[in-house]
Ligand binder design. Sequence first.
Ligand code: SF4
Length: 87
Amino acid sequence: MAFRVDLFQARGWDEPRAQHWAERLRRRDADLDKRHICMECRHFRTWMSLDRETKQPVRDWQCQKNEALLTDVLQRCPQFSWETPKQ
Ligand code: SF4
């Protein structure tokens, strides 16, 4: 569960949202539900850029496989691949 919370926070979610989803995915796993969220996929990419108008930092997200990226919805994506801890 700690890996997921850390991963989701590194990808831009605040701690309560990361904890909520880590717990939700723990229950998903217990239910043998095979759906995923993009936040746990190795093809998910995020970066910070500056908003052109406000000049404030904003987070951008992208799927490297050009699939429909869904951060908060369990889905069955044919390109999903687990993100794993870095060694
Ligand atoms: S490959 Fe599928 S699950 Fe992975 S980030 Fe892209 S849309 Fe999401």
